[in-house]
Design a protein around this ligand. Structure first.
Ligand code: FAD
Length: 527
């Protein structure tokens, strides 16, 4: 085993890259080991026939977290030592980024954040302008204007306490949790989010508008705690952004920053075991990892950016796991999965009512969510998230074409669905719906490229337990202290980072987890 500290990170997702950058900024020799030939993980990229598709995340929020990462090591901290960027009075200047960021990536604001369509063809444009939101509420349900004012007040209070005050808290002991429970109860932040919206809105449309967002990080709006009402304010506070060249360009920028700081990124390097040395008395201590090639690498710090369940079930020996035992992992709820169909089509002469980000809600909402999360069946109807970045960035498609994707939430592989059969049929159905519901007229005739992924991509490609797309499901019993810990309770020197650990899934949360984990490592190594 090496004597001077050295860190290995398993996985080059956004979380692994962000942690790598932070550890290098602390001066720790760091290597990231990635199974695939490119970094990114869920934020991977598909390329075919001149089209470039972001495979997963598309809505970039809290760009200030990225500014903080790109400045590490060679520029003044743009957050001035604070955890959060200041909240601007308006989003008018939200596109201005420090030179330390623009050197790596071109981030631009996207407005509206989403266009949310209802099944009757009406829509709600969500952006950061409070007056604009009120105008949209007035258009859809004028009787709910007063309710929106109350929602805005209460959701803001949850955001201030749950995100701005607690966001970077590491919940390692019951005491950490006990300190915050009274506030969460007072704010009614533990009630299910959809029920929470009922207190404010009589309109079904508005209840959907103000509760769908957790779906983008694997949460069921019916069961996710109202704590997640904060997402509304996370977006409103700093805006929604896009990286020119797609999220893939952001991933490449993070990888470049890591290497510029002296980090080593090894691709095609799947880790098959986390090795330990017995310590007497006490917990075993990490000693390194073994790769699929059989190579052993020594390290005093190993951080896993991969799936929480698969880390403990596959990589850490059972004898080393007293807390993260098989029964505990298997009794946890894994988040839903995602079916994503990527498509390219001829654009000439097409007038589009779609925007960069679109939510197409179907007729059913609560019943559809129960089908997905409780019954775990593939319904005949669907709600879609449609991403059409070529509206703002033509570089992602050949001239005269659009590149887009449609994401349909589907049950994870606990469903037993055979995706080899169900996948092609769902791709046909998804694209047909976009055409038949009038969102993309003549899509069938204009289509020139099509690919899709199913939960099997997450299960086999990304080593995700049951093909979950977002890690452990964000329910109350898997939040904060009850979510997997960033510092392993079982093995000294083993840490977790990313969507599977605290605080949770989504790019901002994953970057926060990198900061929390880096702090724990610095504390443990006295850096
Ligand atoms: C379809 C989709 C859309 C989304 N949209 C948004 C959005 O718009 N905005 C947003 O903020 N979030 C979004 N999310 C969530 C967000 O993408 C994720 O929470 C985040 O990217 C997860 O990053 P991560 O670093 O935790 O893990 P991952 O991206 O899963 O990275 C883990 C990495 O570890 C590697 N790995 C795993 N096991 C091993 C091993 N044994 N050895 C070596 N390498 C290994 C994997 O190959 C992978 O590269 C979306 C997610 C999906 C699936």
């Amino acid at each position: 085993m090496s004597t001077s500290p050295r860190a290995l990170i398993i996985g080059a997702g956004i979380g692994g890259l962000a942690l790598g950058i932070r550890l290098r900024a602390l001066g720790l020799p760091t290597t990231i080991l990635e199974k695939h030939r490119e970094p990114g993980g869920r934020a991977g990229v598909l390329r075919e026939s001149g089209f470039t598709w972001d495979m997963g995340p598309t809505v970039i929020t809290v760009p200030g977290f990225l500014d903080a990462l790109f400045a590490l090591g060679d520029a003044p901290d743009p957050l001035g030592g604070a955890d959060f960027p200041p909240i601007p009075a308006t989003l008018a200047g939200a596109g201005t980024r420090p030179a330390s960021t623009t050197r790596y990536v071109d981030l631009r604001p996207v407005v509206p954040f989403y266009r949310i369509f209802f099944d009757d063809g009406s829509f709600f444009d969500f952006d950061g302008d409070p007056e604009g939101i009120r105008a949209q509420v007035r258009k859809l349900a004028p009787q709910d204007l007063e309710g929106y004012a109350r929602f805005e007040r209460d959701a803001r209070a949850i955001f201030e306490r749950g995100f701005l005050k607690l966001g970077f808290t590491y919940f390692g002991t019951p005491l950490d949790l006990a300190r915050v429970v009274p506030d969460l109860l007072r704010l009614d932040a533990v009630r299910g989010l959809f029920r929470f919206t009922r207190k404010y809105f009589s309109s079904d449309k508005l209840r959907r508008v103000f509760s769908f967002e957790p779906l983008l990080i694997g949460g069921n709006p019916l069961t996710v705690p109202a704590l997640y009402a904060m997402i509304h304010f996370v977006e409103r506070s700093w805006g929604a952004h896009y990286a020119i060249g797609g999220t893939g360009a952001l991933v490449r920028a993070l990888a470049r920053k890591f290497k510029d700081l002296g980090g080593e990124l090894r691709v095609n390097s799947e880790v098959v075991a986390v090795n330990t040395a017995p310590a007497r008395p006490g917990k075993p201590r990490v000693s390194g990892v073994t790769l699929a090639s059989g190579e052993h690498l020594d390290a005093s710090v190993v951080a896993s950016n991969g799936d929480y369940a698969r880390l403990y079930l596959d990589l850490v020996a059972r004898r080393d796991r007293r807390i993260n035992a098989d029964w505990r992992i298997k009794s946890m709820r894994q988040s839903m999965s995602a079916f994503v169909c990527y498509f390219g089509f001829r654009a000439e002469g097409l007038a589009l009512n779609l925007r960069h980000h679109n939510i197409l809600l179907g007729e059913r909402y609560e019943a559809l969510l129960r089908d997905l999360f409780d019954r775990k069946v593939l319904p005949d109807d669907a709600s879609h998230y449609v991403y059409l970045p070529t509206i703002n960035d033509p570089s992602l498609a050949p001239p005269g074409h659009h590149a887009g994707y449609t994401l349909i939430p589907v049950p994870n592989n606990a469903s037993g669905i055979d995706w080899a059969t169900a996948g092609p049929a769902l791709a046909d159905r998804a694209l047909h719906e976009l055409e038949a519901r009038g969102y993309l007229p003549e899509l069938g005739a204009r289509l020139v490229a099509r690919r899709f992924i199913t939960p099997d991509h997450f299960a086999r490609g990304l080593n995700s337990h049951l093909g979950n797309a977002f890690g452990p499901e964000p329910v109350l019993t898997q939040t904060a202290l009850l979510r997997p810990h960033n510092r392993s309770e079982d093995v000294r020197g083993l840490y977790l980072v990313g969507a599977g650990t605290q605080p949770g899934a989504g790019m901002p949360a994953v970057m926060m987890s990198a900061q929390i984990t880096a702090r724990l490592i610095a504390e443990d190594l006295h850096l």
